[in-house]
Design a protein around this ligand. Structure first.
Ligand code: SF4
Length: 52
């Protein structure tokens, strides 16, 4: 699996995670909001997440 060293990620519950290294394997990801209005990073999410 090819890692994308431009996308650092520690969410190893995701099927796109590189497992042995903390990187994503996708070419690009989509980032979205958890709610309608965002005022902190906790209100954002990786919309490309897919559970293992
Ligand atoms: S898709 Fe998102 S959550 Fe999944 S490994 Fe890539 S950056 Fe992390």
């Amino acid at each position: 699996m090819q890692t994308n060293q431009n996308i650092s990620c520690s969410v190893n519950e995701c099927t796109h995670h590189a497992n042995s290294e903390n990187y994503c394997t996708l070419q690009q990801i989509n980032v979205g909001k958890c709610q309608g209005s965002t005022c902190s990073c906790a209100d954002t999410e990786c919309a490309s997440f897919h559970a293992k």
